[in-house]
Design a protein around this ligand. Structure first.
Ligand SMILES: [Zn+2]
Ligand SMILES: [Zn+2]
Length: 109
């Protein structure tokens, strides 16, 4: 079973296993001929494209990741959404936060 959309009249129909692999569009006044193997190839390509869209790439090394919030296993960067930080940056960021916190602490006490 497969859904095929006619390239000429735009109607879609269901191809079932007992139908020939190549044949005419079921619409009476449409002469388009389908080729199930072609259609299957197209469907597989579409699926592959859709999967690639979902793929998360490391913003730093462009290699695939398992999630958007992760440590890149390829280059070691910390990935947050579309951004990546090297661990050195993160260390500096952490230090800055600590300094600011200690300043606030001093200011309040
Ligand atoms: Zn047709
Ligand atoms: Zn990476």
């Amino acid at each position: 079973m497969m859904k095929i959309q006619c390239a000429e009249c735009g109607r879609s129909f269901i191809w079932s296993d007992d139908m020939p692999l190549q044949g005419k569009c079921p619409e009476q006044d449409c002469e388009w001929r389908y080729d199930v193997q072609e259609e299957m190839k197209k469907a597989a390509e579409k699926k592959a494209q859709a999967m690639q869209k979902d793929l998360v790439l490391c913003p730093h090394c462009q290699k695939p990741l398992n999630s958007r919030w992760t440590l890149c296993p390829h280059c070691g960067d910390v990935v947050v959404g579309r951004l990546s930080f090297s661990r050195k940056h993160l260390f500096i960021l952490g230090l800055t936060v600590l300094v600011i916190l200690s300043l606030i602490y001093r200011f309040w006490s």
